[in-house]
Structures are given as structure tokens and as C-alpha cells.
Write a protein of this length. Structure first.
Length: 436
């Protein structure tokens, strides 16, 4: 199959590289010429484990190319994926579909012979209908089908998720499109990954329902953590105790500073807007969004409480800035509102992240960016773990204690056991485990 991937970001680049690795002939297109120039030189502009090697191997094999010429790539393609961004629209939180619709217009003019146009971007219910209308209006004689194929990969484990997915969802009732989609994902049949065919609107809703459900699970355990702190219980044990029930499952039950990232925050809000537009308000998701928003600043108060309530003039060291480990993505990272709140309370903030500092710098003014965890801890009154990078799991406490003004660790990811830390003379605060 010849594939054009429109949008070469976290999703487009991973999907393009993986489809090439499946044996398809892929051209990844982006309107950001700097990104394409870097990729053509063999540089991968994002941090995603294994991606640089996968891109290099498939480019070498001649199955993966990069360019800015959208019409050229579309003209010869059997399948054209739209993998552009769908951020929150300023002001109302609806998904901003302008990139999707612009791409659809550009694609329309270049279509040549039967082509399947696939929305891989996360788009609200009905967007596929609109994409179809745009293409039909621009080129009434075009032979095409518009398919919804939402992406479920997680940054940090994106290649594995793409190649060994829990499921692939394909929304189409068009028989020819179904054949093309089956061919594209054929290697997955060998892995027995379920490919679920459904109608287009259902596929679009599945993506939002999945993200909203996962965000709900996280938020639920976060509220249970707050209660556990008040009643002297251990949320880790609660999570284990409920997660062993197969009907609940153990994933996404890690209490922490609240969800962030490029998907959950914008997708939950966009789903709320869809609900309101269709007079079907989603009260549970409304509560999830509100509880999660409030939580991020509450984490700053937790840091203050660990220091007796006063942060003015104190230095706070923050470890981990990206919204999760193994990515350089800073979009909606919980570290941003947390650090802002620490600064509002009068603290001076030092920070270290293994990959995210370049992206963080423009977002976090007045933060001192450091070269490693120990440099970060210099003269700090508290060290706060915000992102659970592997390298923060075995910190040298003796070295930290020497560097710090006061030995206080606030572990917002519960990566340590309390006694592991307190035996080094540290005051230790975590999430949902107070009183232990
Ligand atoms: N990042 C994730 O983990 C993830 C997971 C699942 C789904 N999604 C969804 O996938 C979509 C893409 O997300 P992302 O994180 O890859 O975004 P991104 O911002 O990293 O990448 C989008 C790319 O599209 C390019 N672009 C925009 N308009 C274009 C056009 N007309 N022609 C060519 N290129 C164009 C941009 O320059 C950018 O490089 C979003 O809808 C997102 O919600 C993301």
C-alpha cells in the first residue's frame, strides 16, 4: 500500500514509521519545513524510545520518505491519513478542527483514483461527515471514502502500542475502504490484535469515551488518595485491593498530581462540549475535569504543608517536568501549574528533567534549570518528584541530604516506600499515604 501521512508529529511520525515497518510505502508530510528538513537529515525531532532507529531503518530501506509536498504524496497514495493536531479551541474548549479541515481541502484537490482518507487525529463525532463534505464540495468527481481510525498509542511506549495494540478501531461502512484498512493492518492479524470495524461516528466516540474513562479512573483514585490521607489508610494498598478485581483492573489507579499531557485534558473538555451540543451533558466527566484542575495547585499546598506552611523565600527543587516519563512532551504537564503555584507562594524553583527542559524553558520563566537531580537539590528546602522518570527511582539520599538546606522529599508519584526515605533522615510526604 502507498500511504501519505499528513502531519508528522508524535502520532504521524510513529504511525508513518510503523506502517513503513509493516512493509508499506510511506510518505510523511508536514507543513513545518524545519521538522521535515531535520527528518530528511536523519534527525528525529521528538523524544520517543526506539523511534530514531525505526525511522532510520525504514528510510534506509526506501519505504519511508519525508516532504512538504502534500499534493505530490496524496496523488500516488492508496490511503491518506490525517494526523494533524486538534488542540482545544481558545475560549470554548471545543476541539479546534481548523488543521483537519485545511488538510482535507488540500487533500481534495490532489486526489487521484480511489483513495481512502482516514482521520487518525482525535476528532469529535461528525467530523468525518464534515471532511467528506469538504472533499465532495472541492472535487465533486473524486472517488474516495472517509474512514475514522482513532489512535490509542501512548507517548513513551508508542511503537509497542502501535505494533501490539489492545485493539484497532476502524469506522467505515464502505466495502472498498474496509479492504484497504484490512491490508494496511494485515501484520496485526498475525499478532492477533483485534481489529474492530464499526461505523464512523461510533469510532469517533470510542476514542473520546476511552480517554474520558481513563481520566475518570485516575481522578477517582486521586480523590480516594485524599480520603486515605485523612483517615490514615494507604491508597497504594487500596488501589491494589480494588485493582485485583478483574472488573476494575489495576491500570490507571496510580494516585498522583493529576492528569496532564497532550490528550486527556483537551479530549475530556471537548467531549463535554459535544455532550452539551447534543443536550446530553456528561456530569461525571464534568466532575473529573473540575477535580483534576483543582488538584494541580493543591499539590503546591501539599509542598508548603511539608515545610510548615510557608514557602516565601525558600528554594524548591522539582524533579521531572514532562507530563510523564519517556517523552519530551510538555503539553498540559502538571508540573506547569504546580511550579506556577509554588512561585505564587513565594518559592524560588529549580528544576531538572532528562528530556523536557528545552520545551519547558519558554513555558516556565524564572525557573533555574539544572544539569541533574543533585545539582537541582542544591540549597533546596524540599525536593519534589513530579514525573516518575526511571533515573529518579534510585536517588542517592546521602548525597541529596548534603546538598539540601533541609531533607524534605515530597514524592507526588509514590515511587518510594516511606521507610526507604525516612531512614536517611528525610521528612517524607507522598500521595494518599499520610499517617504511615
Ligand atoms: N500525542 C499522543 O500521544 C496522541 C495519542 C493519540 C491520539 N492523538 C491525537 O493525534 C493528533 C495529533 O497529535 P500529535 O500529538 O501527533 O500532534 P503534533 O502537534 O505533535 O503534530 C501535528 C503535526 O501536524 C502538522 N500539521 C498541521 N496541519 C498540517 C497540514 N495542513 N499539513 C501538514 N501538516 C500539518 C503540524 O505541523 C504538526 O507537526 C491529535 O488529534 C491528538 O489528539 C495524540
Amino acid at each position: 500500500m502507498r500511504v501519505a501521512m499528513i502531519g508528522t508529529g508524535y502520532v504521524g511520525l510513529v504511525s508513518g514509521a510503523c506502517f513503513a515497518d509493516f512493509g508499506h510505502d510511506v510518505t510523511c508530510v508536514d507543513k513545518d519545513s524545519g521538522k521535515i528538513a531535520a527528518l530528511t537529515r536523519g534527525e528525529v525531532p521528538i523524544y520517543e524510545p526506539g523511534l530514531a532507529e525505526l525511522v532510520a531503518a525504514n528510510a534506509r530501506a526506501g519505504r519511508l520518505a519525508f516532504g512538504t509536498d502534500l499534493p505530490g504524496a496524496v496523488k500516488s497514495a492508496d490511503a491518506v491519513f490525517i494526523a494533524v493536531g486538534t488542540p482545544s479551541r481558545r475560549g470554548d474548549g471545543h476541539a479546534d478542527l481548523s488543521f483537519v479541515y485545511d488538510a482535507a481541502r488540500e487533500i481534495a484537490n490532489a486526489l487521484n483514483g480511489f483513495t481512502v482518507v482516514i482521520t487518525k487525529s482525535t476528532v469529535p463525532v461528525g467530523t468525518g461527515d464534515e471532511v467528506e463534505r469538504i472533499i465532495r464540495d472541492a472535487k465533486p468527481k473524486a472517488e474516495f471514502a472517509v474512514v475514522s481510525n482513532p489512535e490509542f498509542l501512548r507517548e513513551g511506549a508508542a511503537i509497542r502500542d502501535f505494533k501490539l495494540p489492545d485493539r484497532v478501531v476502524v469506522g467505515t461502512k464502505d466495502a472498498r475502504a474496509r479492504e484497504v484498512m484490512t491490508e494496511l493492518y494485515r501484520p496485526l492479524y498475525l499478532n492477533r490484535s483485534p481489529v474492530m470495524f464499526t461505523d464512523r461516528r461510533t469510532a469517533e466516540l470510542i476514542k473520546y469515551a476511552a480517554n474520558a474513562f481513563l481520566a475518570t479512573k485516575i481522578t477517582f483514585i486521586n480523590e480516594i488518595a485524599d480520603l486515605a490521607e485523612k483517615v490514615g489508610a494507604d491508597v497504594q494498598e487500596v488501589a491494589r485491593g480494588i485493582g485485583l478485581d478483574n472488573r476494575i483492573g489495576s491500570k490507571f489507579l496510580h494516585a498522583g498530581p493529576g492528569f496532564g499531557g497532550s490528550c486527556f485534558p483537551k479530549d475530556t473538555v471537548a467531549l463535554l462540549k459535544t455532550g452539551l451540543d447534543h443536550n446530553a451533558p456528561l456530569r461525571i466527566v464534568e466532575a473529573v475535569v473540575a477535580v483534576n484542575d483543582a488538584r494541580k495547585r493543591a499539590m503546591a499546598r501539599k509542598v508548603a504543608a511539608a515545610l510548615g506552611g510557608e514557602l516565601r523565600g525558600k528554594t524548591i527543587a522539582v524533579l521531572g517536568l514532562t507530563f510523564k516519563p519517556n517523552t519530551d512532551d510538555m503539553r498540559e504537564a502538571p508540573s506547569i501549574p504546580l511550579i506556577t503555584a509554588l512561585q505564587d507562594l513565594g518559592a524560588k524553583v529549580r528544576a531538572y528533567d532528562p528530556t523536557g527542559m528545552e520545551q519547558a524553558k519558554p513555558l516556565l520563566p524564572n525557573v533555574a534549570f539544572c544539569k541533574d537531580a543533585y545539582d537541582c537539590a542544591q540549597h533546596a528546602s524540599a525536593l519534589v518528584i513530579v514525573t516518575e522518570w526511571e533515573q529518579f527511582r534510585a536517588l542517592d539520599f546521602a548525597r541529596l541530604k548534603k546538598a539540601m538546606e533541609r531533607p524534605v522529599l515530597v514524592d507526588l508519584r509514590n515511587i518510594y516506600r516511606p521507610e526507604e526515605v525516612t531512614r536517611h533522615g528525610f521528612v517524607y510526604e507522598s500521595v494518599g499515604r499520610s499517617g504511615r
